[in-house]
Write a protein that binds this ligand. Structure first.
Ligand code: HGY
Ligand code: MN
Ligand code: MN
Length: 400
């Protein structure tokens, strides 16, 4: 990647990476960095400090997203890079933070080269991208762009029964402020998110970095199976109304139907009420995550499961296919010397911005095993540095 592999900015990347490595570790493995948790608040403070070290002006928008600016975004729409700092439960270290740390390191690389951007350059940290706590992904970018209703967002509830509004107030924020943010959106002329690849496309292509072509359609549905609580030891089988049975049948059907429809379906979260080992449950709630190359196939799977489950089904989030701006995609791939261009099945804030009409792109960094949303998630230091150099090159190209 030529001039951007100077040691200085890579040392600073390594230093920042070490600084966040222990924030929000889960003693069972991976990270617990729920939105607005102590770990998230600590990372938000880290973001402000790193921005301050670089004399970047930090703004928090009405939805809690952080923006660190080199130059005045009010002067003309800027070039923005960044990602998120929250994680899934027992998630990996790279999903999100790699994009934010690389953004700061890329600015260091530009400055080491004496580059003076011709337009404002921003680093964004979107809040609650994973939706691990309140169930809806990309809350910060969906509120920013107006695709998530503020009243619905305020009422989202975590497993402890706290609403997002409660949590925002406890964090000193105003739930009443949530909503589409025209001024902040005007500041974003183009957005580029660097992200660890969640798959092995770059491994197969033997490339350290790549550029995204599309995000496949995906959504989350909550299935509520209701039964009748009763004693596990005294209730005859014939007298039972056990919601665990239709739940189990639905999970097995989801896998079999996914194969038939050519999609992927996952039930990764289940809540059993009351959750006593010696009581037949009153209710089983299960969350289906379904994704695939074709929207129609995903919809067909969900319709089949809904028809067979005997449950109340609610769509909690839906993301249509995102085809990233082709001219921007090709310009970045070209600026990087012709790197692979590949789709992803993972959702990202870049996809939400693209769907809202903001020219957006993604740079992927090789993940040797492809594993993500797991403590096993990994990227080699050399590939992370290649990502920083690629991002710096892309930012220089866009800021010209
Ligand atoms: O679920 C996703 O695809 C993303 O990691 N939030
Ligand atoms: Mn993720
Ligand atoms: Mn992510």
């Amino acid at each position: 990647m030529g001039p951007f592999t100077r040691v200085g900015c890579m040392r600073r990347f390594d230093g920042m990476w070490r600084a966040v490595a222990d924030v929000g570790r889960d003693r069972r493995g991976g990270y617990a960095r729920d939105a607005w948790s102590a770990a998230d608040l600590e990372l938000r403070e880290w973001f402000r400090q790193e921005a301050g070290l670089r004399d970047l002006a930090v703004r928090e928008d009405r939805n809690g997203n952080l923006w660190a600016w080199w130059g005045d975004p009010g002067s003309r729409p800027g070039v923005v890079t960044g990602s998120h700092l929250d994680s899934v439960r027992q998630g990996g270290a790279f999903d999100g933070p790699l994009g934010v740390v690389s953004a700061f390191a890329a600015i260091d690389a530009l400055r080491e080269r004496g580059v003076r951007p011709g337009r404002p350059l921003g680093v964004a940290c979107f809040t609650d991208e994973e939706g691990a706590r309140f169930g809806v992904p990309c809350v910060g970018s969906r509120l920013l762009t107006g695709v998530l209703d503020p009243a619905r967002a305020c009422g989202l509830t975590d497993d402890e029964g706290d609403t997002l509004a409660d949590v925002l107030r406890a964090a000193g924020r105003s739930p009443q402020a949530l909503g589409r943010d025209e001024e902040t959106l005007r500041h974003v002329g183009v957005f580029v998110e660097l992200h660890v690849e969640q798959g092995k496309g770059l491994v197969d292509e033997d490339a350290a970095v790549g550029v995204a072509s599309a995000i496949r359609p995906h959504g989350r549905w909550r299935f509520d199976f209701r039964g009748r609580a009763d004693h596990a030891g005294t209730t005859l089988l014939a007298d039972r109304d056990d919601p665990m049975l239709p739940f189990a049948r639905t999970v097995l059907l989801a896998r079999e139907a996914a194969e038939r429809h050519g999609v992927v379906a996952t039930v990764g979260k289940v809540r059993v009420e009351p959750g006593s080992a010696n009581a037949i449950p009153a209710r089983v709630s299960a969350w289906l995550d379904a994704r695939g190359p074709e929207e129609s196939a995903v919809r067909a799977l969900v319709a089949e499961l809904t028809g067979a489950a005997g449950a109340e089904v609610e769509c909690e989030s839906w993301t249509p296919v995102v085809d990233f701006d082709a001219a921007l995609r090709d310009r970045l791939a070209g600026a990087l010397g012709g790197v692979p261009v590949l789709p992803t099945g993972a959702g990202h804030d870049a996809g939400v911005l693209a769907s809202a009409g903001v020219p957006s792109a993604m740079v992927f960094v090789r993940n040797p095993t492809g594993i993500s949303h797991s403590p096993e998630e990994y990227a080699e230091p050399g590939d992370c540095h290649a990502g920083v150099a690629a991002l710096a090159r892309v930012l220089e190209e866009l800021c010209d």
